[in-house]
Write a protein that binds this ligand. Structure first.
Ligand code: HEC
Length: 151
């Protein structure tokens, strides 16, 4: 009986100490997925802006609208305490997030405002879209600089 108990204890310790990326808690997977969707959609307009792909008004508008839609997701459930990169492997979320929540919320809001600016003009021509894309990219970078660990 003693033997069995200590084996179980060891297994529990091992499980707690080695969280593999594929075992990440659902909120972490959800927030990383949302960022992947953002990256995919900003990529569509960024490629047009750089001339890698031809400007297409409908696609530019769809990508911008997707960014706005993501910006409107309530973030409450994506960031539970204890899911920073000191507590879990497989996340790049810095503990500073939970020490500066009002600032994080503000940076998320800045992303939303920039995405709306892009959506207002994305379908109206290449030059307007290019001009409105900079602030969106800037809003990503501002938050990453402060709250995302380097790879
Ligand atoms: C308010 C803060 C904030 C904003 C705004 C933001 N990000 Fe992030 N981003 C993060 C944090 C924090 C992580 C790390 C999440 C994790 O690993 O748990 C992250 C991770 C990512 C990842 C990696 C996801 C993965 O699979 O691990 C990508 C890609 C990304 N962001 C793209 C973007 C793009 C593109 C934008 C702008 C359109 C953006 N982010 C705006 C904070 C932000």
């Amino acid at each position: 009986m003693m033997f069995r108990t200590s084996l179980l204890t060891l297994a529990a310790i091992a499980a707690a100490g080695t969280t593999l990326a594929q075992d990440l808690p659902a909120p972490v997977q959800a927030r990383q997925g949302q960022f992947q969707i953002m990256a995919l959609n900003i990529g569509v307009v960024a490629n047009m802006a750089r001339g890698n792909t031809e400007y297409d008004a409908a696609s530019a508008q769809a990508a911008a609208d997707n960014l706005v839609a993501i910006s409107m997701l309530d973030q409450s459930f994506h960031w539970p305490e204890g899911t920073d990169n000191m507590a879990l492997e497989g996340t790049r979320a810095l503990p500073a997030i939970w020490e500066n929540l009002p600032d994080v919320v503000e940076k998320w809001g800045a992303f939303g405002a920039a995405a709306q600016g892009l959506a207002a003009v994305a379908g109206g021509g290449l030059e307007g879209m290019q001009a409105a894309l900079g602030p969106v990219g800037g809003s990503c970078g501002a938050c990453h600089d402060a709250y995302r660990a380097p790879e």
